[in-house]
Design a protein around this ligand. Structure first.
Ligand SMILES: NC(=O)c1ccc[n+]([C@@H]2O[C@H](COP(=O)([O-])OP(=O)(O)OC[C@H]3O[C@@H](n4cnc5c(N)ncnc54)[C@H](O)[C@@H]3O)[C@@H](O)[C@H]2O)c1
Ligand SMILES: O=P(O)(O)OC[C@@H](O)CO
Ligand SMILES: [Zn+2]
Length: 352
């Protein structure tokens, strides 16, 4: 008898457009979320959009509370849970970049209440995913969490965000190419569960984004629109897979390791982009597709070198040679690559 079962959990509504932030009360009512909302945000996104979201909810007499978090950590998740319990929150509204959204997503999952995702930047593909990403000591967890019931992506706010946040989101998408290569490799060598649908969606998302690279320019709402759709699509791929595998391979391990070795120097998306140049080289060698990955990043103004990231050559080599240790996820890095191999990859690709 066929006994396999799986749940593909997806948002019910994705509301995208100019000024939609001010309609958040209507959006929430449409999916029948009830009780007191807790708006979870971080300092800059609070100024840019969090207060506006709170005001829209307050004007609709929904009596919102506000929690401000600073970093992606399990402590922040617990802090939000405590604040939600203190105000008896009926649902959580995450307003911000990837970190604020991850914290709100994981806190609402643990509380068993609904979650609304309000991205203020197109900087990451966690906008709709059913995952949270949290560093802890020497490791980096990919935590399963219910995806948002609704996403409210205001293209006006997102287009006004610093341009590098948008290029980071594009690079997070471009890294899907190598993530899927790693996933297929792990399936072949380690029998890791693999979904052809999720892999195809993830790759197609990267392809469509790269094809539209010319139209992705600073300050344009149309650009914000194109990038957010790609981020949504990539998040859906993760939901279909019930894993971050379609969007996270060795290039992400490299980035997570850089976060430990050189914290706060570069954006997540930019790091995974440079990681993808390196790991594409490791997959396919000198005459492989690494130039195509680099050129795709270049075409949307994303970093392609250690200098662009603001990290030292030594930090790149250390991250690349130790990245396999950060998580039990089989990739092209296998059980680790030598310093010579890392140097060759980084020098040949011009990363250092
Ligand atoms: N859960 C997932 O599936 C998933 C997917 C991708 C990334 N992530 C995680 O998300 C994080 C990366 O996301 P990120 O790059 O957005 O990081 P982030 O949340 O730290 O945001 C980056 C910076 O942008 C600022 N910012 C956000 N919106 C702004 C705006 N409109 N104007 C000005 N500044 C603004 C933030 O205050 C912050 O300083 C990482 O922790 C990564 O692991 C998770
Ligand atoms: O599971 P991780 O490696 O945190 O990846 C999630 C996300 O960054 C994919 O773009
Ligand atoms: Zn990512």
């Amino acid at each position: 008898m066929f006994e396999k079962s799986s749940w593909i959990r997806l948002p019910r509504n994705v509301v995208l457009g100019s000024g939609v932030l001010d309609d958040v009360d209507e959006v929430v009512a449409d999916v029948h979320l009830s009780g007191r909302p807790l708006v979870v945000t971080s300092p800059t996104p609070k100024a840019v959009a969090g207060a506006r979201v709170r005001d829209a909810l307050a004007d609709a007499e929904m009596d919102p509370a506000l929690a401000v978090v600073d970093e992606a950590s399990f402590e922040s998740v617990q802090q939000v849970i405590a604040e939600a319990e203190a105000v008896n929150a009926g649902y959580l509204v995450g307003v911000g970049g990837g970190k604020a959204i991850d914290i709100a997503k994981m806190a609402s999952d643990e509380l068993g209440v609904g979650f609304v995702s309000v991205p203020t930047a197109a900087s990451h593909d966690g906008i709709v995913s059913g995952r949270g990403s949290v560093p802890e000591g020497d490791t980096r967890h990919s935590v399963a969490a219910a995806p948002p019931i609704v996403v409210v992506a205001d293209t006006g706010v997102i287009a006004d965000a610093p341009w590098e946040l948008t290029t980071a989101g594009c690079a997070d998408i471009i890294s899907n190419y190598t993530a899927v290569k790693d996933w297929r490799l792990a399936n072949r060598l380690k029998n890791v569960e693999y979904s052809e649908y999720a892999a195809a969606l993830s790759e197609m998302t990267a392809e469509l984004l790269v094809e539209r690279a010319d139209s992705i320019r600073p300050g344009l709402e149309e650009s914000a629109w194109v990038v957010v759709k790609a981020l949504v699509s990539s998040g859906v791929a993760m939901s279909i897979a019930d894993s971050s595998r379609p969007a996270s391979g060795a290039e992400h391990l490299f980035s997570h390791q850089l976060d430990r070795i050189a914290p706060g120097k570069a954006l997540h998306g930019h790091q995974v982009g440079v990681g993808a140049v390196l790991t594409e080289y490791l997959h396919s060698g000198e005459r492989g597709d690494w130039q195509a990955v680099r050129d795709a990043l270049d075409s949307i103004d994303a970093p392609t070198t250690a200098d662009d990231l603001g990290v030292d050559d030594e930090e790149v080599i250390e991250a690349l040679t130790t990245a396999h240790r950060i998580r039990d996820r089989y990739t092209i890095l296998g059980d680790g690559i030598s310093e010579d191999a890392a140097l060759e990859a980084a020098v040949t690709t011009g990363v250092i």
